[in-house]
Design a protein around this ligand. Structure first.
Ligand SMILES: Cc1cc2nc3c(=O)[nH]c(=O)nc-3n(C[C@H](O)[C@H](O)[C@H](O)COP(=O)(O)O)c2cc1C
Length: 242
């Protein structure tokens, strides 16, 4: 299928065919492809909990408010943001980038490029992602507001903003996953209709982990699998050219 065919094929499926199970290894492969999604500062503050054990079915359906998109699915993937892992992920990326620069940069530029990455991942990222009862965010907001009097700055730096940053990147991974699944002829339904506290308890997730969305997986049940024709507002309403 071409990309356009995949985009047309992918629909939110609400009823899956119980006679058609899917291969967990192929789903895992799609999750690996999802990690190729672009993400903020390449920190990859995400985690994917792939549920294949049918013993979870009733509890996950209950946590997803009884939706048939959850109850009829063969497997489920919980997309989680892990902002709390920012230091270890930043260190991982910094270590990789040092080697990357060493392997691929001209000798004269290596030291400068490494110093820039050290500042970015060693100082700026920890500063941006640190949390302390919203106080760190207020402090960052004050700093960028003053800087903004003199030059363009990124203003979305509060603790709430940074949580949004992690969710944006995770959602891109989720979409990449759904397209990878479509390419295998597998169906999905992204869900935000769930009780996050129950899901976290079920999966033993730490409080700092936030659930981005749950994606149910399976194969659509004929025509009843999807809710009829696709609805989109006229393109002219959302397209602005300047
Ligand atoms: C973040 C997000 C949350 C969603 N939550 C639900 C949900 O809880 N239950 C559901 O049936 N569909 C859910 N959907 C699916 C949307 O309703 C669906 O994408 C939209 O109606 C467009 O249909 P399509 O995906 O078939 O193009 C969600 C979609 C997104 C992106």
């Amino acid at each position: 299928m071409s990309l356009k065919d995949l985009l047309e094929y992918r629909r939110s499926v609400r009823i899956y065919d119980s006679e058609k199970p899917i291969d967990a290894d192929k789903v895992k492969d799609c999750l690996e492809q999802a990690t190729l999604a672009p993400n903020s500062s390449n920190l990859q503050l995400w985690e994917f909990i792939h549920i294949t054990d049918k013993n979870y079915k009733d509890a996950i359906t209950d946590a997803c408010l009884g939706q048939t998109a959850a109850s009829t699915a063969d497997q489920w993937v919980v997309f989680v943001t892990r902002q709390d892992l920012h230091r270890t992920r930043a260190q991982f990326v910094l270590n990789f980038e040092k080697g990357n620069i060493d392997r691929n940069s001209p000798a004269a530029r290596k030291a400068k490029r490494i110093a820039v990455r050290e500042t970015y991942y060693g100082k700026l990222m920890p500063f941006l992602y640190s949390r302390c009862f919203r106080l760190m965010g207020v402090f960052r907001w004050l700093v960028v507001t003053v800087m903004g009097w003199f030059r363009p700055v990124v203003r979305e730096v509060t603790e709430t903003h940074m949580r949004g940053v992690a969710h944006k990147s995770c959602a891109l991974a989720a979409q990449t996953f759904m397209l990878a699944m479509a390419e295998k002829g597998y169906d999905t339904c992204p869900m935000e209709g769930f009780d996050s506290r129950r899901v976290k308890r079920l999966l033993n997730l730490p409080n700092s982990a936030k659930i981005n969305m749950i994606i149910s997986c399976g194969i659509r049940k004929g025509n009843e699998g999807i809710w009829g024709e696709r609805c989109r507002v006229p393109f002219e309403e959302v397209y602005k050219r300047v």
